[in-house]
Design a protein around this ligand. Structure first.
Ligand SMILES: [Cu+2]
Length: 491
C-alpha cells in the first residue's frame, strides 16, 4: 500500500471530523425541530397543495372540490355481517425478560410477553381485539401490519385514533379477509415501542390452501433493546419435525435491518411474500434471500430422511428443525430474486394494468435526516388519491441504506425493477425492500378510502422523517399528530 503523506493524513482526519460534525449538527437540528411544540392534522395537509401527480387516461381528478364533503376516518368502521367473531385481549404492560445469553431486559409487552401472544384466525372471521394499557405512560396503539382494514382500525396514533393511555381501552374490529402471515405492533412512538417489545405474530389461516404441507411453524426476528432474537433466542432454538414431513415455515422480520436468510439441509420453495401466495414457485437450490424490515416470507420444504434443517440469518441467529446430524454448510449460495421467480399468472397479467395517476417518490438521507422528495414527515405533502383511481408509484432509493417501503391499508403489485418488468409470478406486497440505487414501479388500486401512512419500515428512518401520507380526498380525522397531543406515530 502507498504510504500517506502528512498532507494526506491531515486530509483524511479533516474529512472524518467534518463527517462527525455534520452528523452532530444534523441530529441537533432535528432534535430542536422535534422539541418545538407542534400539532398537525394529517388529513388536512392538502392545503399544502398535495403532491403533484401526473394524470393519465380519462379519470380527470376534481382535486379542488375535494375538501367540501368530508367523511371522518373515525366513522369508517367494519360493517355488520354474520362472520364468526374471534375475540382477543391484549394488555400492554411493563415487564422483564430473561434472555438465554444470561441478560435480563426491561421490556414492554402484550400480556407479559414479547413477542406478544400469537393471534391466529381463519380467513373471513371477524377479529375483535380489546387493547388495555396498564402502565405505558406515553400510550400505545396496535397496527395490524399488512392487513387491509377500515381506516378507524389501523392503529396509528394521531391519524386513526389517540394513543391509548394507562387505564384506557380501545377495541379493534375488522374482517380478516386475506389469508397469510402478518404481524402486529404499536404505532405510537414505533421506533421505541417496537424495539421494547410491543409486537406479535398475526396469522390468517386460509379456507383453502393452495399448497400442501403436514406441519407449520413461525419464525419471528426481533431486535429487543438492541439484541437480536430469533423466536426469543439469542443462540438458536429447536423445532420438532419428523423425517419426510412437509413444513410450511412462516418468517417475519420485525427488526429494523434487512436480514439475509439461509436454509441448510433442504431445498425449498418460497410460496408467499407478505402473506400473498406466489404463482408456481420453483424449487430453490442453494439460495439465500433478503428479508426487509417488516416483510414476511413463507417457505415450504420437506424434512430430509436424516439430519436437521437449519435456518440461519447472516447476523448468526438460528432455528433448527428435526434431529440428527448438522446439515452440510455450503458457501456457494446465490441470491434469490423475486422479480423473475415462479410463473406469470394468466388470470392476472401484469402488462394489462393501466393507471390514472402516477407519482414519483425519492427516498433519501442527508445528515441523518431522512426524506421523501426532499422533505421530512409532516412537511411532506400527502399523496392525494380519489376512490377508484389506479395509481402508479415510482419509488427510488437515492441513499441512506436499505429502505423497506410500507404502505398501510392496501396491497400493491410490483410492476418493474430498474426498468425491467417482472417476468415471473405476480408479486403483491405491503412492504417493498429497496436498496441504494433501486427504482421500482408499483401499482395500487385506491379502493380503501382513508388516511394511510406510507413509511420506511426501518423505524429509525421513519422516526427521522421518512414517513408520509397516502390520503383519499374527502376523508378527515379528528385526531392530531404532534408534541401537543402526544401522538407521535413514528417517533
Ligand atoms: Cu429507510
Amino acid at each position: 500500500m502507498r504510504k500517506l503523506t502528512w498532507k494526506g493524513k491531515v486530509g483524511i482526519a479533516g474529512l472524518g471530523v467534518a463527517i462527525l460534525l455534520g452528523a452532530l449538527v444534523g441530529t441537533y437540528f432535528w432534535q430542536i425541530r422535534m422539541q418545538k411544540p407542534y400539532e398537525v392534522n394529517m388529513g388536512e395537509m392538502h392545503h399544502m397543495e398535495g403532491m403533484a401527480g401526473h394524470q393519465h387516461g380519462t379519470a380527470s381528478a376534481a382535486t379542488h372540490q375535494a375538501s367540501l364533503a368530508t367523511r371522518s376516518c373515525e366513522a369508517i368502521t367494519e360493517g355488520e355481517n354474520d362472520a364468526p367473531i374471534r375475540e382477543f385481549r391484549l394488555t400492554a404492560l411493563q415487564s422483564e425478560k430473561k434472555l438465554d445469553n444470561g441478560g435480563t431486559e426491561k421490556v414492554w409487552t402484550f400480556n407479559g410477553l414479547t413477542p406478544g401472544p400469537e393471534i391466529r384466525v381463519a380467513e373471513g372471521e371477524r377479529v375483535r381485539v380489546v387493547l388495555d394499557n396498564k402502565d405505558i405512560q406515553e400510550g400505545v396503539t396496535i397496527h395490524w401490519h399488512g392487513i387491509v382494514l377500515p381506516c378507524s382500525q389501523d392503529g396509528v396514533a394521531g391519524v386513526t385514533q389517540d394513543a391509548v393511555k394507562p387505564g384506557e381501552q380501545y377495541t379493534y374490529e375488522f374482517i380478516a379477509d386475506s389469508p397469510g402471515t402478518y404481524w402486529y405492533h404499536s404505532h405510537q412512538a414505533s421506533s421505541i415501542q417496537v424495539e421494547k417489545g410491543l409486537l406479535g405474530n398475526f396469522i390468517v389461516d386460509p379456507q383453502q390452501d393452495r399448497f400442501e404441507y403436514d406441519q407449520e411453524e413461525t419464525i419471528l426476528i426481533q431486535q429487543l433493546n438492541g439484541t437480536y432474537l430469533m423466536n426469543g433466542s439469542t443462540k438458536g432454538t429447536h423445532i420438532e419435525a419428523a423425517p419426510g414431513k412437509r413444513v410450511r415455515l412462516r418468517m417475519i422480520n420485525a427488526a429494523n435491518e434487512t436480514e439475509t436468510i439461509r436454509v441448510d439441509g433442504a431445498s425449498y420453495r418460497i410460496i408467499a411474500m407478505d402473506g400473498h401466495d406466489l404463482h408456481e414457485p420453483e424449487m430453490l437450490e442453494h439460495h439465500k434471500f433478503l428479508m426487509g424490515a417488516g416483510q414476511r416470507y413463507d417457505l415450504l420444504f420437506e424434512m430430509p430422511q436424516q439430519g436437521k434443517v437449519v435456518v440461519t440469518s447472516e447476523s448468526g441467529l438460528k432455528v433448527a428443525l428435526g434431529t440428527g446430524s448438522e446439515p452440510e454448510i455450503r458457501s456457494d449460495y446465490s441470491l434469490f430474486r423475486w422479480t423473475d421467480y415462479g410463473e406469470p399468472d394468466p388470470n392476472a397479467p401484469v402488462d394489462k394494468l393501466t393507471y390514472d395517476q402516477s407519482y414519483t417518490l425519492k427516498l433519501d438521507q442527508n445528515l441523518f435526516i431522512n426524506s421523501i422528495n426532499g422533505k421530512s414527515f409532516h412537511e411532506i405533502p400527502p399523496l392525494m388519491v380519489k376512490e377508484g383511481q389506479r395509481v402508479k408509484m415510482t419509488i427510488t432509493n437515492a441513499g441512506g441504506g436499505d429502505h423497506p417501503f410500507h404502505l398501510h391499508g392496501h396491497i400493491f403489485q410490483v410492476l418493474s425493477h430498474n426498468g425491467q418488468a417482472l417476468s415471473g409470478s405476480p408479486v403483491y406486497l405491503d412492504t417493498l425492500l429497496t436498496q441504494e440505487g433501486d427504482t421500482y414501479e408499483v401499482y395500487v388500486k385506491a379502493d380503501n378510502p382513508g388516511l394511510w401512512m406510507m413509511h420506511c419500515h426501518n423505524l429509525m428512518h421513519a422516526s427521522m422523517g421518512m414517513s408520509m401520507m397516502f390520503n383519499y380526498e374527502g376523508i378527515s380525522t379528528p385526531f392530531r399528530v404532534g408534541t401537543k397531543s402526544g401522538n407521535l406515530p413514528d417517533l
